[in-house]
Structures are given as C-alpha cells and as structure tokens.
Design a protein around this ligand. Structure first.
Ligand code: SF4
Length: 446
C-alpha cells in the first residue's frame, strides 16, 4: 500500500475525530508552518492547531533557530467547537491539564465513545452488550469459517452469539490473544520462524530530556493531552542514513500534557528522593522545567513475539498472553543518535542544566513508557508471513477481520492511532463494497 492509497482513509479518520493541526503538504505543495516531511494530503486538518503554551513555543523557536522544522503536533483535542461528519458536536478544549488518563467533561477529546458510538446507539439495528467479554471465536467444523463468538457477562453465564462476520477490535495485544485462543491461524514459533499469529511484536523506543531554568515560568498546569510541537527532522527516512548504523528514527515532541501535582515533579539530577531537600527541589523545578522526548521506531526481530503463557491463566481458565521482548540493538543505536540531537536542542535552549534519559537494553515493564504496542496479527501479502491481508481479513478464516495496531508489521516513530483509524476505514470500505457481495470469500487470493 502506498501513502497515496491510504490518504483518503487518513482524511476520513481525521475529519471524524476533528483533528487540530496544520498540514505540511497539500497535493505536493509544502505549507508554511506544517510538517515538511509528511506525505501529500488532499486538504488541511478540519481544525486549526491548538494554541501553544510557553514551553512548546520556546522549543519551536529554538528548534527553528538551529535549522530544524517544528510544527504543531496534530491533536484529537478540539482547538475550536466542531461538528463531525456524523453530526456529533464537540466543545472547544479548555486546556484543563486533566486529559490523558481521564475522560473529558467538556466533550473536547475524540475517542470512539465521543465521535461514533452516540450515532450508533440511535440505530434500531445496533445493540451493545456491556459488562461482557468475548472468550473466543467459535469456528465451524474444519476451522475455515467463524460461526460466532462465545461471551460471558457478569452473571458468569456463557452465551453463544451467532455471527456471519466477526470483527476483532479488542486492542492489538488482545486481538492476537483472541486469535490464539480461537485457533485462528498458526501461533508463531521463534525457533522455526513458522506461524503468523504473535510475530512482529513491536513497541516504541522512547527517550527524554529535561532542561532546568532559573528564570522561566512555564505554567505547566495549562495543558492538554496532545498540545505541543513536534520535530520530524530525525524521523523515518527524513534524514540521510548513509553514514549511520541503523534504520528508523524518532519524532521529537515537546508536549507538556499536564502539570498535575502528583504526576509532575521534575527535579534536578542528584536530588534526594524524599525529605525536605526533595520538597524544596520540587517547588523550584515545577514551573521552570521544560521537558521533551523522542518517540522512536521499533523494528521487528525474530525473538520479539507474543504467544500463550504455558503457566498463568485468567479467571476463566484461559492462558494469559505472554510477551517476549527486548529493545533491538538497531533501535538502541537509533535512539542514542536522536538523543544526541536532543542534547543539541538542550544546549541551544540554554537552561542552567539538562538531563537526558537514554533508552537502554533490558526492557522493564514497570515504569510507564508507552501504550503503543503493535504487531501480533500483522498484515501482508504472504499468508506464510502475515496473519491478515491488507484489508485486515484473516488469511485462515476469511469471515474474521482483525482491526487494530496488531496489523502493523513494524512500528514507526509516531502515535499509532491515526493509522489504526485509517486502516479501519479501509477495512470497512472493503467489507461494504467488496466482501458483502460475496460473503465468506477471501478478498485477496493467496
Ligand atoms: S485538556 Fe483534555 S480533558 Fe481538558 S478540556 Fe481539553 S480535551 Fe478535555
């Protein structure tokens, strides 16, 4: 698939979600103030960029002064009141700083719940069964088609729900697990390299910088979940890799999402972790610290994968999903290179001190890094190496479609949601205009 083929689906998703941003390339013409490295798009975002607070404004000014190309980060927070193509009205964001990890009381943050479900709920042929969990997909004898799903609700009783068509939309990791639990496709074996479900698990290779000032007040409590500036000069193939020893790259993002008093406590390196010295340092650091981070690509390797845990089970007796992962050497080299570039920005910012947190081998699941998990049911053109075709239709059970970042063969240095939405629109288009004419048939011949 090319960028041009995907563009109409990105466009549909961005207008559904009311994305606030500035196009960098419309029909091949570079646009002042947007991302010059993006693929051509047919029109601008539906809403203008969010208003910038001081930290991303300074970050962009300094980035520009050293020859980089900052642009407003596209945001699913509404920069203005917006009515999406389904007729759903959303309010203007108030920059309340309680965005990520919280619902929006202002109806200014896009999600499936805010932009699609209210319309579906009004349809007489649409029904949601809440507090229910699908245990597995039931296959017909022979295992070549699905006949429905088995689910359980809070009563503990199991129900069989017949279906002609099953869409797995359970988040990437659980999509892969449900396929494994249902016997859809063959589970990947890293020893032989055979099997498709569970392969190409990828994450995101992130690192961060904090710059400490004496004389600045960033008012970090004025914030939104995706309010900020991004620099893509070292992302993807925007830069020359000829003399470098890695593939991939990272976006550098100054997105101060919040100044919440428990979650945001930047302190100078060497500060004690408790006591009066720590308290004094948090007072000094709260308003005057500027943070930014690299969100780096993650490439698939043979030994990073998902499978079913041989020991641990959930409350229904199903094996848990097991994740086997460490950061590939290539991705560590990439991240270190981008960290060096982030240090150049830190020096140009000119604070009294800066601290860099570099990505290291030895993945640790404890500190939060990202929820951008991808792979496990990847799309492709070869049924021996992919679980679904590029319409997200299972190669093995054609009346099952698997929607989510589980389809990504690799992960880029970007948030996955836009591509998840675009791929979902593409799959829906294919189901409606191709699959339903000949239900049960593969859309792509292997
Ligand atoms: S910052 Fe987030 S939660 Fe707050 S009003 Fe804006 S969109 Fe809503």
């Amino acid at each position: 698939m090319t960028g041009a083929e995907m563009e109409p689906y990105y466009d549909q998703f961005e207008y559904l979600a009311g994305i606030s941003g500035k196009a960098g390339n419309i029909k091949g013409q570079l646009q002042e103030g947007g991302n010059p490295f993006e693929d051509p798009r047919s029109r601008d975002y539906p809403n203008p960029p969010m208003q910038m607070t001081y930290a991303p404004t300074l970050f962009a000014e300094v980035g520009r002064s050293i020859g980089l190309h900052p642009f407003p980060t596209p945001s699913a927070n509404m920069s203005r009141a917006y009515v999406n193509p389904l007729g759903i009205a959303m309010g203007q964001c108030t920059y309340c700083g309680f965005c990520e990890r919280f619902g929006c009381a202002n109806y200014s943050k896009s999600s499936a719940q805010t932009t699609v479900l209210p319309v579906l709920m009004k349809k007489s042929n649409f029904e949601v069964r809440t507090d229910s969990e699908v245990l597995h997909v039931d296959l017909a004898p022979g295992g070549k088609s699905a006949r429905g799903v088995t689910y359980v609700d809070t009563s503990g009783e199991e129900y069989f729900q017949p279906a002609d068509l099953v869409l797995l939309c359970a988040y990437g990791l659980h999509n892969a697990r449900l396929m494994m639990l249902s016997g859809i496709g063959k589970i990947y074996d890293p020893g032989s390299g055979e099997g498709t479900v569970g392969r190409n698990y990828c994450y995101q290779t992130n690192a961060g910088v904090q710059v400490f000032f004496d004389d600045k007040n960033f008012n970090p409590f004025i914030a939104a979940g995706a309010l900020g500036q991004t620099i893509d000069d070292y992302n993807g193939d925007a830069f020359d890799h000829g003399a470098l020893d890695f593939v991939g790259g990272a976006g550098i993002n100054c997105i101060p999402t919040n100044g919440r008093p428990i979650g945001t406590r930047p302190t100078l390196p060497g500060t004690p972790k408790w006591g009066s010295a720590w308290k004094k340092a948090t007072v000094e650091g709260y308003k005057s610290t500027l943070g930014y981070s690299s969100q780096g690509s993650s490439y698939a390797t043979r030994n990073n994968y998902l499978d079913l845990d041989p020991t641990y089970k959930d409350r229904f007796g199903r094996p848990l999903m097991r994740m086997t992962f460490d950061f590939p050497d290539n991705d560590i080299r990439m991240s270190n290179y981008v960290c060096d570039r982030m240090e150049e920005i830190a020096k140009a910012l000119g604070g009294k001190q800066y601290a860099v947190s570099r990505r290291k081998k030895g993945w640790d699941s404890v500190p939060y890094q990202s929820t951008h998990n991808t792979g496990g049911a990847i799309m492709g053109t070869d049924p021996k190496k992919s679980a679904v075709n590029t319409f997200l239709q299972s190669w093995d059970v054609p009346n099952v479609f698997v929607i989510g970042a589980s389809a990504f063969p690799q992960n880029a240095g970007k948030n996955p949601t836009g591509t998840v939405g675009a791929l979902a629109f593409r799959a829906a288009d294919a189901i409606r205009n191709q699959y339903l004419r000949n239900p049960g048939a593969p859309l792509v011949q292997a």
